[in-house]
Ligand binder design. Sequence first.
Ligand SMILES: [Fe+2]
Ligand SMILES: [Fe+2]
Length: 265
Amino acid sequence: MMSKSLIEKHSTSSPDENDAILLFSEDSHEIYWLGIPEHTAFRSNTYLIKSGDEGIIVDPGHRAYFSRVFERVRKIMDPSQISGLILCHQDPDVAASMTDWLNINPDLKIISSPRTHILLPYYNDGEYTHYDVVEQTVYRFSSGHEIEFIEAPFLHFAGAFVSFDRTSQFLLSGDIWGAIQMDWQLVVNDFEEHQTYLDMFHIDYMASNIACKGFVEKIRPLSPKALLPQHGSIIGGNNVKAALDYLDQLQCGTDIAYPHLSISS
Ligand SMILES: [Fe+2]
Ligand SMILES: [Fe+2]
């Protein structure tokens, strides 16, 4: 299949981050970055998957950023046509603006894991359409394009999961491969340097090497073309393999807190 990814192009130029940035386009299937322009070390990425007339927002973000994300969506499509939100877990930087999106369209589906659905009603009254994600659940757009979900237990939440867009082969990875970096760029150029920024987040947040290794084992066969995290730069091209290897080898969480008990190699 011909790749219609724009990730490589964005790794060599600096796109205008004050607007939505198109990352992939094929027929009527498009993926956009809708992130915030603030230069903070822990900035959040939000993504839009638009397929035909339908749109799904991945990790819509905190309420403080809702109006800006909404404006970006409005330039691309009618926001009332947003039919679902994918929430990779319940953290406020991921999920709090679900309240605002439900005000726009009370019928939209909240796509998340059962463990996350237990906690999401703390943001509203639980009055929303649940769409449950378990291992290998597939969401099918009316256009026929599909998103596959893969569970990522304890990275960092027990019920965390990632979303694999089968058309672009982009993996929308939530907090996994998230980075803390002041010197932000849309796409990673130098992965060796980027590992320092990944370390700053992963070593404390991710549960253990076993949790990372088990997840990588499930992801490798998908051969993702790019990793789109909720924090920090997008990882594309040759750096995908390096990023998978990085996570596979990572010592983190309980490996660090209780080294004398660690059973990982
Ligand atoms: Fe989180
Ligand atoms: Fe996060």
